[in-house]
Design a protein around this ligand. Structure first.
Ligand code: ZN
Length: 221
């Protein structure tokens, strides 16, 4: 071992963190590897449809946050595969309850990231999805996230709501357009719906007449 520039334990530590590049080629299904003209083949696309149940009172989801959607959303958000947005937005548009809300609204408002998170990631995934759904009605700057909230995971729903209190405000420049309008909030993933509720409250306080929320995926109950 003498003379080695790194210790065996340091190597193990490094190799544990290394993320091997995805080995699917363009034209292969991300889940099963079959040749496919879209990110998932038709069979895998049908996996994980969100059931229409009581959760719809909080928001309408296209999919459950399970395989293969979990991996696809991770690739979209964290591995820079922004090109998946078209396919992911298509899944939202093809969910009848989502299409109906999109068609009936005046504006699409993406859930914003904090300035710091936006700098780190380089793009807001909710804005990218909203622009795919309807670019001409998307108000990308309507909401402002004032601060990053401490990590939400591990908190109960009520604690999450306290955590998010006053985290969002409506951009004063957008107020005239939003007043008395019908808004659809757009996000990629929701767990308890507490972020969507905090955004809804901010929009309602600014005089928005109706707020519905749609997401690509929600965690299973
Ligand atoms: Zn497949």
């Amino acid at each position: 071992m003498a003379g080695m520039p790194y210790s065996r334990s340091a190597y193990r530590n490094w190799s544990g963190k290394f993320v091997w590049p995805r080995l699917t080629l363009p034209g292969q299904c991300h889940a099963c590897g079959q040749w496919s003209w879209q990110a998932l083949c038709p069979t895998c696309t049908r996996l994980g449809d969100a059931p229409s149940d009581g959760y719809a009172s909080i928001c309408v989801a296209a999919k459950l946050y399970v395989s293969p959607w979990k991996e696809l959303i991770t690739a979209f958000k964290f591995e820079g595969q922004v090109g998946l947005a078209y396919f992911l937005a298509q899944q939202m548009r093809q969910t009848p309850a989502i299409a109906q809300r999109l068609d009936a609204c005046d504006w699409l408002v993406p859930v914003p990231l904090s300035a710091k998170r936006l700098r780190d990631r380089g793009f807001n995934q909710a804005l990218v999805l909203a622009k795919q759904l309807c670019p001409e009605r998307t108000l990308g700057q309507a909401l402002i996230r004032l601060r990053d909230t401490p990590a939400q995971s591990g908190l109960s729903r009520s604690d999450r709501l306290v955590n998010l209190h006053h985290a969002f405000i409506v951009n004063p420049h957008g107020l005239p357009r939003l007043r008395d309008s019908r808004v659809v909030l757009v996000d990629d993933v929701t767990t308890t719906g507490s972020t969507l509720l905090a955004c809804t409250q901010a929009l309602q306080a600014a005089g928005v007449a109706q707020v519905d929320a749609v997401v690509l995926a929600r965690t299973p109950a």
